[in-house]
Design a protein around this ligand. Structure first.
Ligand SMILES: *Cc1c(COP(=O)(O)O)cnc(C)c1O
Length: 226
């Protein structure tokens, strides 16, 4: 796997030069992360707290760690001191717990709200109603140690490119709508995290500001856990 060549090819295929690339290194050995780092990558995405914990001390200090997977409340404390961005916040309960852990160490933790845009039930995220209920609640307004920086979503796993495009377009629309809503000051709509190896070009055409790319950089993962 020529990681450097893959990165170059991906960068060259970007629709937008502004869009940030997160290299999703889950299940991959440290040597692969080091190769990507040497090729200029600073943002890495992992989906298991334990894996971030073992890799983080081994990588240079300016590495930025993105938690992209489903996060369990009881594990937040392990990444709270250094995590750069938590992409998959999908419940108010989780947000509350992040707030609590941030308070303990006096660090406002940057997060994205995950929105359910796919037709698959298996994917996580808020639906419109849940999101509205949360955003208008007083408990939400009282949060102090989270910074909501935008939204994240995963399209349906399908060959139907029109469907993927329309799911991304819906998320972008929500992102724009929220920009014009009056929300607590810790909420800013700066980042729209959408697009993976198979659909990042469509995502960029639809306004993504961050793509999370794993297998197109590092090759197929050797386990069946997306
Ligand atoms: C694994 C994963 C990715 C990367 O997937 P690839 O198809 O390998 O690019 C992106 N986002 C999330 C949330 C993931 O879990």
């Amino acid at each position: 796997m020529d990681i450097k060549a893959n990165l170059l090819q991906i960068k060259n295929s970007f629709h937008s030069t502004e869009c940030q690339l997160i290299a999703v290194s889950k299940t991959k050995p440290l040597a692969d992360l080091q190769a990507a780092y040497a090729a200029g990558i600073r943002d890495f995405g992992e989906n298991k707290v334990q894996e971030i914990q073992t890799k983080q001390p081994e990588m240079p200090a300016d590495t930025r760690w993105h938690m992209i997977g489903h996060l369990q409340s009881n594990k937040i404390k392990y990444i709270a001191p250094f995590v750069h961005l938590i992409h998959g916040v999908d419940s108010f309960k989780l947000l509350l717990e992040i707030d609590k852990q941030g308070k303990k160490i006096d660090r406002a933790i940057p997060v994205l709200l995950q929105i359910h845009i796919a037709t698959e039930e298996s994917k996580f995220g808020f639906d419109q109603e849940e999101l509205d209920a949360m955003l208008t609640s007083s408990e939400f307004a009282n949060l102090t140690y989270v910074q909501v920086q935008g939204l994240m979503g995963m399209a349906t796993f399908t060959e139907d490119l029109d469907q993927i495009r329309s799911e991304f377009r819906g998320l972008k629309q929500l992102f724009e709508d929220l920009k014009h809503r009056s929300l607590p000051s810790f909420v800013t709509m700066k980042e729209l995290s959408m697009g993976m190896s198979g659909d990042y070009q469509i995502a960029q055409e639809e306004g993504s500001t961050m793509v999370r790319i794993g297998s197109a950089i590092f090759g197929a993962r050797n386990y069946l856990n997306p």
